[in-house]
Ligand binder design. Structure first.
Ligand code: ADP
Ligand code: MG
Ligand code: MG
Length: 500
């Protein structure tokens, strides 16, 4: 657990604002988009909120908004009624365009009932937003933005233990000195990347990670380079991977945990699919637990962005987990991931993958025949619902497969297997995980087993390499960075810090 306690004693200095005169270029070029500046970006949202509170005429509106913040994403049960009676005058006062009161009591209100208040085209995005841009709060925002855009070097981090090893290098635990935030730093050795022509892959992974913003997918916070490595600084996942939890723990996964993990993976996939990203490498190893027991999908190395409903071809994935259409060399799309979810639920339940015995050695060719031709077997460990959802997800023909009817995962979430899951609460982060990793335990076969990585030196350094490094080395990722800073500051500090 990082936390602000562990931040450097020099943190104030590290977060010192540039003089406002240095922000002029930024002020001239920054896109004046209400949604991005005042809703999406955490620091921008906070400063805009504080600005609005200073205005007498916006007080009612702010009271309404602060009530709504607690309600979006949750089920607003009976108190919706009380709420809209009490606040009736507020709706009217700040014009109809702000919000229309719900006419009836909802027992299961649509999630977006109030969302549009917070989005484009609402009352606050007009005159208040215009005035905000002339205020000292907006100046402060620009100063934060300048800090956000500072070049990133390895000096900003402390490095701790080795967490794992990947194809192009190692993953280390690290901590941002200025904030105390813990991350996992995935280092790609430049020599290895070059020798194995991994430039495109590395850049693909980095750019996809940059785009995702989900509590169920590992997020990117920084991308930077050192002399010999390219680094991706990712959400720290200290609870081990699902492979370890399935096979190496005395305590087996019970059906609640299987259902919970499957539901979170399902949300992660839905998020990727909304961005037209096919993940393509779903397997227990790639699902990581955090210290609270929530999971995230990690390792987007094989993921691909599909352009406008287009399909792709390519034998990509891990032997034993690839969907039949991938093996057969057909064109395929997002459906391959629902197959992957089927394999995952199966493996969590049976402690073996669907087409291979626990310790069985199978030739690749034989395994591929089984996957494309044979029906998987279900024993007594599978309840009706589990068997049912696995069968539906493991349909060989993607057209018949659950999740592939174009509903964006809604049909999967509606399956009786997920009956106990309230997806809305889950996505709002309001459900506690059924199992919390023990912080004293290292959930990894043996840290000693992770060999040190040898670096590859030499090779001729070209201009093309530099171009690639430059594309990679983009520094902080806005949302992650702002979240990190916000998590170590109190609300007034967002405005005051650095003023002395
Ligand atoms: P590769 O793409 O080269 O396979 P991975 O992204 O899978 O690399 O990372 C390699 C290993 O590092 C993983 O198996 C895991 O043990 C560890 N690891 C990766 N990402 C994280 C993370 N965010 N938090 C903790 N450990 C991680
Ligand atoms: Mg991996
Ligand atoms: Mg990878």
């Amino acid at each position: 657990d990082g936390g602000s306690k562990a931040r450097s004693w020099k943190w104030r200095e590290m977060l010192r604002f540039p003089n406002i005169s240095e922000c002029q270029d930024l002020a001239a070029t920054i896109e004046r988009d209400y949604y991005s500046l005042c809703v999406k970006q955490p620091i921008g949202k906070e400063l805009f909120r504080q600005y609005c509170w200073t205005r007498q005429d916006l007080q009612n509106c702010m009271i309404l908004l602060s009530d709504l913040v607690g309600l979006t994403g949750t089920r607003m049960q009976p108190n919706t009624n009380k709420f809209n009676l009490r606040k009736q005058n507020i709706y009217c006062k700040n014009s109809e365009s702000l919000i229309k009161p719900p006419k009836r009591r909802f027992t299961n209100p649509p999630r977006n009932l109030f969302c549009f208040v917070l989005r484009k085209g609402t009352f606050l995005s007009q005159e208040p937003f215009q005035q905000y841009q002339n205020s000292m709060y907006f100046e402060r925002f620009l100063q934060w933005k300048m800090l956000e855009r500072k070049p990133i070097t390895k000096k900003l981090f402390r490095q701790y233990r080795l967490l794992g090893k990947g194809g192009f290098g190692e993953v280390w635990a690290c901590q941002v000195r200025a904030t105390g935030m813990m991350y996992a730093c995935k280092k790609l050795d430049k020599g290895h990347v070059k020798k194995r022509r991994g430039e495109k892959l590395a850049l693909n992974e980095k750019e996809l990670l940059e785009e995702v913003d989900s509590r169920f997918v590992v997020n990117l916070a920084y991308a930077y380079e050192t002399k010999h490595t390219l680094c991706m600084v990712l959400t720290m996942m200290s609870g081990g991977d699902l492979k370890f939890h399935i096979y190496n723990m005395k305590q087996k996964l019970d059906k609640h945990r299987v259902c919970f993990y499957a539901a979170e993976v399902c949300c992660g996939l839905t998020h990727l699919h909304e961005k037209s990203i096919a993940y393509r490498d779903l397997k227990p190893e790639n699902i990581l637990l955090d210290d609270k027991g929530h999971i995230r999908i990690s390792d987007l190395g094989l993921a691909v962005k599909l352009s406008e409903g287009r399909l792709v071809r390519g034998m990509v994935g891990t032997v034993g987990y690839m969907a039949p259409e991938v093996i057969s060399g057909d064109k395929y799309g997002l459906c391959v991931d629902w197959w992957g979810l089927g394999c995952l639920i199966y493996e969590m339940t049976a402690a073996k993958p669907p087409f291979k015995g626990r310790k069985e050695n199978v030739m690749r060719q034989e395994l591929e025949i089984r996957i494309t031709k044979e029906q998987e077997a279900y024993d007594e460990r599978f309840s009706n619902e589990v068997k049912n959802i696995c069968t539906a997800l493991l349909k060989k023909n993607p057209k018949e497969r659950l999740g592939c009817s174009g509903s964006g995962g809604r049909d999967v979430k509606a399956h009786p297997f997920f009956q106990e899951i309230n997806f809305r609460m889950l996505e709002a982060g309001l459900i506690e995980a059924p199992f919390k990793p023990d912080p004293r335990h290292v959930y990894c076969s043996d840290v000693q087993d992770i060999d040190e990585f040898s670096t590859v030196r030499g090779g001729v350094h070209t201009e093309k390499d530099d171009q690639f490094y430059q594309k990679f080395n983009t520094g902080s990722v806005s949302l992650s960075w702002q979240n990190e800073v916000m998590s170590c500051l109190t609300r007034p500090a967002v405005v005051q810090l650095g003023q002395e």
